[in-house]
Every structure is written in C-alpha cells, then in structure tokens.
Design a protein around this ligand. Structure first.
Ligand SMILES: C[S@@+](CC[C@H](N)C(=O)[O-])C[C@H]1O[C@@H](n2cnc3c(N)ncnc32)[C@H](O)[C@@H]1O
Length: 176
C-alpha cells in the first residue's frame, strides 16, 4: 500500500469519496491505521495503569490493531465490515454489530474494559448516547482513542473521564 493511502488525510478523502460505511464494506481490507504505533503505545499505557482487566472488548476492531498489542488478554472483537480480517489476523472471536445494532442493545456479554480505537467519532451523534449507555451495562471501563478531540464522552451516559494522554495527536481518554 502506498504511503499516501496510509496517511490520515488519505483516509479522510476516502470517507468523503465513498461514505464511511461503503468504504469499509467495499475497500476495508485496504485500510491500515497510519497511527498504529501510537495506538499500541497508548493501549500499553492503559494496560500499565491496570484499568483494562482480562476480558477486553475491541470495539470497531478493524484488523486487530488493539488486540494484537494485548496478546495476554482475552479479547473479543466487534466490527460489521472487518470482522473476517480480525479473525484471520488474531484468531479471536468477533461479532459483526454496527453502531446501529449497538444502540439497539445487540451487544451482550460482560467485559472488564471496552476499547474503541479510531472509530467512535464515526458513530452518528443521534446514536452515540444510546451506544454509550449500552456499553456501560457491559463494562465498567471505556477507553477511547481518537485522531482528534471528538467524541468527548465525559458526562454522556454514566461515563466520566479519569485519564487523558496524547501522543503525536493521537488522544486516549479513559472513562469510568
Ligand atoms: C478507522 S478504522 C479503526 C480500526 C481499528 N480499531 C484501528 O484502531 O485501526 C474504523 C473501524 O470502524 C468500523 N466501522 C465503520 N462503520 C461502522 C459502523 N457503522 N458501525 C461499527 N463500526 C463501523 C470499520 O469497519 C473499521 O474497522
């Protein structure tokens, strides 16, 4: 894949060209997170803080960018478009729920933490409060990584931001 395809600007351009869902449905196999190194470094920081626990839900898991840096954890993925790639790359179980499904309470199970990397800003604002509320019933900890400040989940549903770290413009917020 070219370095241009890997840049954040190129990904944004593809979202504009195809729409987010259509891009991942038809071209998701080409996606690579240009900030994977920082995502993994920040997730390891969260792990070192002791907030992740053993059962981790990797929400909008892509090809397993988060799961792959937690090999000693019991990770489960969720992704409506790239679950096949996640299974192939990690061997971990995966559900194919979308944000709409999550808002409709289709997610089940109990987890020690939910990590959503580079995806919660893609959730329509009309669904976000319900998605966050439903996540709070599955897990006591939510970790959100994002290439910018959105979404700020502090005060939405029961979540309160207790820790924030930024590495090269990649922001991680931990909510309890
Ligand atoms: C930018 S990628 C992030 C992948 C990975 N978590 C990472 O950190 O690189 C966004 C992910 O959101 C997923 N996604 C796109 N539309 C979605 C939707 N409507 N509901 C849930 N996930 C969606 C895509 O399939 C893709 O895996």
């Amino acid at each position: 894949m070219s370095s241009d395809t890997r840049s954040g600007n190129a990904v944004r351009g593809l979202y504009e060209q195809f729409g987010v869902d259509a891009y991942y449905e038809h071209h998701g196999g080409d996606y690579a997170n240009p900030h994977e190194r920082h995502v993994q470094s920040l997730v390891r920081q969260a792990d070192a803080l002791g907030v992740l626990g053993d059962r981790v839900l990797d929400l909008c898991c892509g090809s397993g960018e988060v799961t792959r840096c937690l090999p000693h954890r019991d990770c489960t993925g969720v992704d409506p478009y790239l679950g096949w790639l996640y299974s192939e790359r990690t061997g971990r179980p995966v559900f194919d729920w979308s944000f709409r499904d999550m808002a409709m309470d289709r997610l089940t199970g109990q987890y020690d933490s939910v990590i959503c990397s580079f995806a919660l800003h893609l959730c329509p604002m009309s669904l976000l409060p319900q998605v966050l509320w439903n996540l709070s019933r599955l897990s006591a900890t939510l970790v959100v990584l994002s290439p910018h400040k959105r979404p700020d989940c502090d005060g939405l549903a029961p979540w309160t931001c207790v820790h924030e770290a930024v590495e090269e413009r990649v922001r991680m917020r931990i909510y309890l």
